[in-house]
Write a protein that binds this ligand. Structure first.
Ligand code: FES
Length: 225
């Protein structure tokens, strides 16, 4: 029996973690096949495998090293710009969030080292201000207005429909980070109530039956090929 080569199913993973899982599954199935044939894994094969894994690990270490250097350089650049300013921690966090869309943990750790400020203090500031995010932003943003006019015209039904379809509550992001569901008070177009905004585009006089079509316009980030 032939062992299926990696990715032979046509389902190509798009995230590093998926690659790793498929690589691992392919490798294990290859080893199973070798064991079936020989009754054990011959030494030359296991040695060759060890050699290949070591080469791969070495490459990963080099990539990680480059990433670490880039990250440190970025943080040093932000710190250098704001070092002598009052309230510099907040300004630096703004710069970091502008760069990444959120404050990644490894960046916060590097900032703590660079500024000589405790990591706990950095997280205190991040969590105090609503503006800062600890998770990468979703690919799409759906914001429903629940101000008085929209509320009276049925914004609650729109929120309910979105909750059902996205499977998340207000203020939450779908687990695949495809969509964030937000609720705000008045977006300034009460004449079009109930209204919602999707990635900056405003939809007015929306009915719950429109929600499916609106969501269909948002493409999945990792559509399988
Ligand atoms: S209340 Fe919804 S736009 Fe004003």
């Amino acid at each position: 029996m032939k062992t299926a080569p990696p990715f032979a199913t046509g389902e190509h993973p798009s995230r590093p973690a998926d690659f790793a899982k498929q690589d691992e599954a392919a490798l294990l199935s290859l080893l199973d096949e070798v064991e079936r044939r020989h009754g054990f894994v011959p030494r030359d094969i296991s040695e060759e495998l060890t050699r290949l894994v070591e080469i791969k690990l070495e490459r990963l270490r080099r990539i990680q090293g480059k990433l670490d250097t880039t990250l440190r350089r970025d943080v040093q650049k932000h710190v250098a710009q704001w070092r002598d300013e009052e309230g510099n921690l907040i300004m630096i966090l703004h710069a970091i969030q502008n760069q990444h869309g959120y404050v990644p943990r490894e960046v916060a750790m590097e900032l703590s080292r660079e500024l000589g400020v405790k990591l706990a203090r950095i997280y205190e500031v991040i969590t105090f201000y609503h503006y800062f995010k600890l998770q990468p932003p979703a690919q799409h943003d759906v914001t429903v207005c629940n101000g008085t006019a929209c509320y009276l015209k049925g914004a609650g039904d729109l929120i309910g429909e979105l909750r059902n379809r996205l499977g998340v509550a207000e203020g939450q992001t779908t687990p695949d980070r495809h969509c964030h569901l937000g609720v705000v008070r008045c977006i300034g177009c009460c004449g079009m109530a109930p209204a919602l905004v999707v990635d900056g585009k405003t939809y007015g006089r929306v009915k719950p039956s429109d929600i499916g079509g609106i969501l269909d316009t948002l493409k999945k980030p990792e559509a399988k090929r």
